[in-house]
Ligand binder design. Sequence first.
Ligand code: ZN
Length: 137
Amino acid sequence: MQLTHIEHLGIAVKSLEESIPYYEKMLGLKCYSIEEVKDQKVKTAFFKIGQTKIELLESTDPEGTIAKFIEKRGEGIHHIAFATPSVTECLDELSQKGVQLIDKAPRKGAEGLNIAFLHPKSTHGVLTEVCENPNEK
Ligand code: ZN
């Protein structure tokens, strides 16, 4: 199993429309993509900083995980995502080592990445995603 870099940080926000101007006007980053991921009941906005992206997440459903997260903890960092050449390999190895998985197999995330989440119970409180870019193969 190999993790190569931090692919992105996921940040839960109440509103993309209200938070994008902060990243653009205050931090000088450029939002290069807005995408709805129906599966996960979110709308995402992406910024790039070096090799790493910032993924803003707005809930499209009051019952969605992002809506619930904000209700409990307010806006803020939601998850960290590590890039790997093989999500399947990561999941196999981590489950063998006793790490609890949310996704037992890779699924499709934003930007066409194959993604899977590890359970925060096993990661010292950090919701952790591993993702692989099938276009980089
Ligand atoms: Zn993510």
